[in-house]
Design a protein around this ligand. Sequence first.
Ligand SMILES: *Cc1c(COP(=O)(O)O)cnc(C)c1O
Length: 429
Amino acid sequence: MKYYSTSDSSKRASLEEVLLKSIDANDGLYMPEIIPVMPDTFFSEMEHLSPAEIAFRVTKPVFGDDIPEDILKSIADKALNFEIPVVKLSDRLYVLELFHGPTFAFKDVGARFLAGLLSWFAGRTGREITVLAATSGDTGGAVANAFSEKEGIRVVVLYPAGRISPVQEKQITRAGRNITAVKLQGDFDDCQRLVKMAFSDADLKKKIVLTSANSINFGRLFPQTVYYFQAVSKIKKDSDRIAVSVPSGNFGNLTSGIIAARMGLKISKFIASTNINNSVPIYLKTGIYTPHPSFKTISSAMDVGAPGNFKRVLHLFGDNHKAIKNTISGYWFTDDETLAGMRELYESYGYLADPHTAVAYLGLKKYMDSNICTGIFLATAHPGKFADETFRATGTVPDLPAFQPAGDSVRVASPNDYSFVRKIIEKSF
Ligand SMILES: *Cc1c(COP(=O)(O)O)cnc(C)c1O
């Protein structure tokens, strides 16, 4: 399998290049040349397969030319070693719980699979790989946990001082010897800006192999297709039309869903559900895409004004607004609406949802008001991770998953300054 980039579809890259670079020199994102359609036998058997087995079968036609079968199987087994339940709320309403991984957020799925892939490539090339990530909270924990003690890999996570929760900070600073936590005197946008500077630093990239664990990396994005297959397979076939609502920020999750549909999975509609960072719902409505600086909300992991994966979505539909609208509907919600959605889920179904999940529920409900279908919304974080908001909305304190890694916290304090951060990345401080 070869890969093209959204910035230049005439050039081709190998899987190794795709995983070790994440983006090309012109900020283009990689996509496989062909999206293989899964055979009928797979669809008739998938109901009986575990998430790890689905992961192996689905990734094989794409990664199988480059990675030996037994290695790929072991990467899938280790990454998907937790449950991904589909919970039925009513006859036509389901929720897919993606938060049963070690850091209680859906990002565990892609981050763990990517860690397995990169670790294998590090061993094969014999070069240490440096993974760089900026986080506003959830990504850092999932990435640090997934890559902890992985051979041949060093991870540098930049997080904004004083702006992530104590639990999130522990998830990053206590993750292991190969994880360098950088506490930056700045906000999340500063962290992202410094990471971008490192990726466009040609001199730095001559010295070290530097890649990303964000969903711009195809190795994190593609394994997320797995749970879409899992969800559809578990729904009793009471409807021909299935709609899936995805709480979206950087649009990696939704892009994975569209790829799953291109592989033959019967999903007739995707709902792009966002908070007031609504550049994609507005695009769907008007055909005009206007990225903007991000606004702060209670569904903080979706506070993205310029979604990185949107260019992949455009590419998948040949930039055709009408074609995109046929497949994706978009809705956006304020924080007050989100809290009301959390309350409604609790009062109507006895279901505790975190704010991101509630946004997905609200988008699905809006769509189902005027469309007959079976609906699934994705639960991307455990409500216990957002205990304050959950309490505010429902008066109930969710059980808090106690993910508190033991040991000492290790971190490097850094000024908001690229030359300092670069020294940390290069290990020359
Ligand atoms: C990252 C995140 C999202 C957004 O996912 P994207 O792939 O960036 O669209 C939604 N919910 C939670 C809890 C997240 O951590």
